[in-house]
Design a protein around this ligand. Structure first.
Ligand SMILES: C[S@@+](CC[C@H](N)C(=O)[O-])C[C@H]1O[C@@H](n2cnc3c(N)ncnc32)[C@H](O)[C@@H]1O
Length: 556
């Protein structure tokens, strides 16, 4: 049967011609040299050889160079790769230990392994499916890219390979993330439980028998096995050039992949790009389904609504403790954050931490009880970032005293910081937010605003925080039509250095544990989900509430 003339099907596309008319890529230069060799008179064998030699240098140097300039695979992965290429596969087959004649070329090359790892990381993939595991090189590379609670499920038909892989991945801390499913991949794909979102796969790497690709593809799509936004990576999609050239064009694998590539390309539900990584790696993504229906169907994903990308936030008392934890939560969600603290050094330290997360951060030293500092800080934020979307008024103090002894100084200082400054910061923030069409204000109150902590006595604190609740509700009501939501977070007793370093409070800690239904105190990180919710557009209809986060402390 005559070979199919692939180039005739390619609308005259020719690798040696580009828009500039000059060879511009390694492949074009190699093509140019080979064409020159073909056009050289037969008599000039030396010239022909020179052109071929130059072309050879370009072509065969490519993959090693890609490997050389990329971060190498991990030591354990490299060892697996080495073992794969020296293993006596023919002897193993002759001894009847494998049903197919496995060969060293089946292993993914090292460059593709690190490309897979990078892809998995970029996608933040948690669940990966590999169809065709062989010696587990690709599986381990991908396992290194998923988080600790991620998983790589691999399908493999050869029982011999299960032991081979398990022995070797045991040496890697990522080996535990690999689950091997033995059997025909088509059967495994039919049986895998993908009934819920968390069981679907974020990335699928298809690399088993090429004739089976269509079957695997249909199962992946028909069973809805890929998570929304997930990607299917198809290996060997160039099939040694057979899919587009006349060289061995009627080979079974080549024909299968050529037809498969056409099938996927012609399906408008998918977006695909083929990358010339090793033997061709095609990435396929399902176009998002157009959502029709009511407001619930059409709403952006709630994860997107929790994002704070492009938002600017301030946190008073942001240099440590609760404020620092809030600032990190806002930064994790993508906001630029201004840390305001009496201790400018601490604010600067936290700003440094946030910048390492890749967000904008600004540290300002300020005494929040001073009107001029309030004005200065808001002005500086707007000057630096252009707007202010989220304000967390968190600076506060707590002094313990029996009411019978509480001094005027303690009372006034507590109210000045906890209540008065909270109000005037809200006022200054709202002025800016009104100019912008809205914003979010979150005030740190306390479970002590509604409940009397004991046995410690702290009347001024409790009363000052109760006032914060009422002022927040009032502002929420006054500014509701201005699209400013004002809410409170009321932490329970927070485990902190402040408590642990206080001689007076340390003896009370065990009592507080007993008072708490969960038997725990509040950790800074326990407060982060609440601040993200109240700072984001996911809470646009929430205003005037007090979210108590105390592990049930106030239930008893
Ligand atoms: C190209 S190798 C896979 C290479 C591997 N992904 C890597 O990273 O090195 C193909 C593998 O698919 C397996 N395989 C072939 N047909 C299969 C099938 N029907 N079901 C499951 N595995 C199959 C072969 O035994 C072989 O180990």
């Amino acid at each position: 049967m005559p070979a199919v003339k692939r180039h005739e099907e390619m609308n005259g596309m020719n690798g040696d011609i580009n828009a500039t008319g000059q060879p511009d890529t390694p492949m074009e230069v190699a093509t140019f040299l080979l064409k020159a060799a073909l056009e050289t008179p037969d008599s000039d064998v030396a010239k022909v050889k020179e052109h071929v030699k130059d072309a050879l240098g370009i072509v065969r140097g490519l993959d090693p160079y890609l490997e050389q300039v990329s971060t190498p695979a991990s030591d354990v992965a490299q060892k697996i790769w080495q073992d794969s290429v020296v293993h006596p596969w023919s002897e193993v087959y002759m001894a009847g230990k494998t049903q197919f004649k496995l060969k060293k070329e089946m292993v993914t090359n090292q460059h593709e392994g690190v490309v897979l790892k990078m892809l998995v990381k970029l996608m933040r993939a948690k669940r990966v499916l590999e169809i065709g595991m062989f010696t587990g090189f690709g599986a381990l590379c991908m396992a290194e890219g998923v988080p600790d609670d991620g998983q790589v499920v691999t399908c493999e038909i050869e029982p011999y390979l299960k032991d081979f892989v398990q022995q070797r991945i045991a040496g890697s801390p990522h080996g535990k993330k690999i689950r091997i499913e033995l059997g025909d991949a088509a059967k495994t794909l039919k049986e895998l439980d993908v009934s819920t979102r968390d069981k679907k796969f974020d990335f699928v790497f298809m690399d088993a028998d090429k004739v089976g690709y269509t079957v695997y593809w249909d199962l992946l799509i028909d069973r809805d096995m890929v998570a929304p936004g997930g990607v299917i990576g198809i290996d060997n999609s160039l099939m040694k050039g057979r899919v587009y050239s006349d060289y061995n064009a009627d080979d079974v694998g080549g024909s299968a992949i050529r037809e498969f590539n056409k099938k996927v390309r012609s399906d408008p539900r998918f977006e695909m790009v083929m990358l010339p990584v090793r033997d061709g790696l095609t990435l396929v993504r399902r176009e998002p389904t157009e959502l029709v229906g009511d407001a619930v169907m059409q709403a952006p994903s709630v994860f997107d609504r929790l994002s704070l990308r492009g938002k600017v936030a301030l946190v008073t008392g942001g240099g440590q403790g609760i404020g620092r934890a809030y600032a990190h939560a806002l930064a994790d969600a993508g906001a630029s954050v201004c840390l305001i603290d009496l201790d400018g050094g601490k604010a600067a330290d936290v700003a440094g931490e946030l910048m390492k997360k890749g967000v904008g951060a600004l540290a300002l030293q300020a005494d929040v009880t001073k009107a001029e500092d309030t004005e200065r800080c808001i002005g500086k934020i707007v000057e630096t970032f252009g707007h202010l979307d989220v304000a967390i008024n968190n600076a506060g103090m707590n002094k313990n005293s029996d009411s019978i002894d509480t001094s005027r100084e303690e009372w006034q200082a507590t109210f000045k910081l906890n209540t008065e400054s909270t109000f005037f910061w809200c006022q200054a923030e709202a002025k800016q937010m009104m100019k912008q069409g809205g914003g979010k204000i979150i005030n740190t109150a306390s479970m002590a605003a509604t409940w009397v902590p004991h046995p410690q006595n702290q009347t001024a604190y409790n009363a000052s925080k109760a006032a914060v609740l009422q002022l927040s509700k009032t502002l929420a009501s006054e500014w509701a039509k201005k699209n400013i939501q004002v809410n409170c977070i009321s932490p329970g007793i927070v485990r902190s250095a402040l408590i642990e370093n206080s001689e007076a409070l340390r003896p009370l800690v065990s009592l507080w544990y007993e008072q708490n239904p969960q038997g725990k105190l509040c950790e800074f990180t326990d407060l982060q989900g609440a601040v993200l919710l109240l700072a984001s557009s996911a809470s646009d209809h929430i205003t005037g509430i007090n979210l108590t986060i105390d592990g049930g402390h106030t239930l008893w």
